[in-house]
Design a protein around this ligand. Structure first.
Ligand SMILES: Cc1cc2nc3c(=O)[nH]c(=O)nc-3n(C[C@H](O)[C@H](O)[C@H](O)COP(=O)(O)OP(=O)(O)OC[C@H]3O[C@@H](n4cnc5c(N)ncnc54)[C@H](O)[C@@H]3O)c2cc1C
Length: 416
């Protein structure tokens, strides 16, 4: 069975590794970019994602490049602690939580794919424009070769669309572009060379319902930050779903001019960033369908979500592992793809909706309590929100530690 995966992002590459670990070897990854550069800034991998990558044989490699998060802490805009909880191994998980540069993670996964599946298993500069399932037994994949500047086509028995939030493959399967709704907020994100703060492995969320800042280390001496606030005249970007729009930090540092605490100078962090990007917040509504014949959606193509809750990459990784598991355990490909959708779509849809709530109501409720000086009530509320979120996203500590593995028995992964 030949499998074409469209998109060499976190989801597509993990799908290639998972399918290979489950015994498939006829896999081709088609990627639009002309090279796999270290694009993006930091992302988080909570223990449910780290478990899957560890079971793919990547635990040591990940440990060599990720920062194991020790705690998550919420602060009000005056820099006063509302609530903190341990994370990763410190919270009793069998697997760590890591903060990592997205590009570093993508490179680690791409290296493992090339090592295990062969150098030619990832074909770059192939921008897929659509798929046609009406070509006999095979699916026809239309693409543009970005270097030769000509149309090319591929065929496969199964196509996995892991081509991100704007997914051309998803849009062609749905017959029209799936809308990207926005809540009218903008996310500025960047990285800054800086000394460690708090435990050296803390992730902090500072602010209220009018503006929020998230900071965490992604390497020795490198802090990643996000600044999320309603769109105003500072933001000129109208295109949704483009992660690569640079922004001048001088324009946005004034938003955090009062965020100078003795434990972290957020204003300095933003003002002196080495790179920063602007991203109008966008997601998609939960989709009614992920599988169209032998084409399946995966990762952001299936369930792009607001980046609250550290679960964008993680849910893509879970999709990839479940896809391989269900295909290996089904009587045939069609049953396997249906089982994948039945397993993953309800969960990922709930996470999408929860991330919308985190972006809105939750912060408003908590901030109202904090402003009244009721930090204890705000802490209880946050603790409850986080507990429920972990349950629905798949990283409740006991459930995760005791859940059976999605590795396919008899087809153990090679080490990279
Ligand atoms: C350049 C970039 C930077 C990002 N930066 C951040 C960040 O800083 N913080 C954060 O939280 N999230 C970031 N994200 C999103 C984050 O990586 C995803 O939310 C998450 O990892 C899920 O991954 P995914 O594989 O589903 O999608 P993505 O990571 O978006 O990967 C999709 C892949 O498909 C490729 N692709 C798209 N269209 C086509 C096509 N027509 N044909 C072939 N290939 C195609 C893309 O080039 C990309 O490699 C970024 C995504 C991208 C693409």
């Amino acid at each position: 069975m030949s499998i074409a995966i469209v998109g060499a992002g976190v989801g597509g590459l993990t799908a290639a590794l998972s399918l290979h670990a489950a015994g498939r070897d006829d896999i081709l990854v088609l990627e639009a970019a002309r090279e796999l550069r270290d694009v993006g800034v930091g992302i988080n991998l909570p223990p449910h994602a780290v478990r899957e990558l560890t079971e793919l044989g990547l635990g040591d490699a990940l440990d060599g490049v990720g920062v194991p998060t020790k705690e998550l802490a919420y602060y009000d805009p005056a820099g006063q602690l509302i609530w903190a909880e341990p994370r990763g191994l410190d919270a009793g998980y069998k697997w760590p939580q890591y903060s990592i540069h997205r590009g570093t993670l993508q490179r680690l996964l791409a290296d493992a794919v090339r090592h295990r599946l062969g150098e030619s298993s990832i074909r770059i500069a192939q921008r897929v424009t659509g798929v046609d399932a009406g070509q006999g037994d095979k699916i026809l994949i239309e693409a543009i070769d970005q270097v030769a500047e000509r149309s090319v086509s591929y065929t496969a028995d199964v196509v996995i669309a892991a081509d991100g939030i704007r997914s051309p493959v998803r849009n062609s399967l749905y017959g029209s572009p799936v809308p990207l709704p926005s809540n009218g907020w903008v996310m500025y994100r960047g990285v800054t060379t800086s000394a460690p703060f708090l435990t050296g492995r803390s992730m902090v969320i500072i602010g209220d319902e009018t503006q929020r800042v998230v900071v965490y280390p992604i390497a020795d001496g490198v802090l990643n930050w996000l600044l999320v606030r309603p769109k105003d005249a500072t933001s000129q970007v109208t295109e949704l779903g483009n992660w690569n729009v640079p922004v001048s930090t001088s324009a946005i540092a004034s938003f955090v001019k009062d965020y100078r605490f003795d434990w972290l100078d957020v204003h300095r962090l933003v003002a002196s960033a080495s790179e920063a990007y602007e991203y109008p917040m966008a997601d998609i509504d939960p989709l009614p369908r992920w599988v169209f014949g032998r084409c399946a959606l995966l990762g952001d193509a299936a369930h792009a979500m607001y980046p609250f809750g550290s679960n964008g990459a993680s849910q893509a990784i879970l999709d990839a592992r479940v896809l391989a598991y269900e295909l290996a355990n089904a009587a045939n490909i069609d049953d396997g793809l249906r089982a994948y959708e039945a397993h993953r779509r309800p969960v990922a849809s709930e996470v999408q909706l929860a991330n919308r709530r985190q972006a809105g109501d939750v912060m408003a409720r908590v901030s109202t309590m904090a402003r009244r000086g009721a930090h204890g009530d705000a802490a209880t509320e946050l603790q409850d929100v986080e507990r429920r979120y972990k349950q629905l996203a798949g990283f409740d500590v006991d459930a995760l530690n005791n859940r059976k593995s999605w590795s396919v028995s008899g087809a153990l992964p090679q080490t990279a």
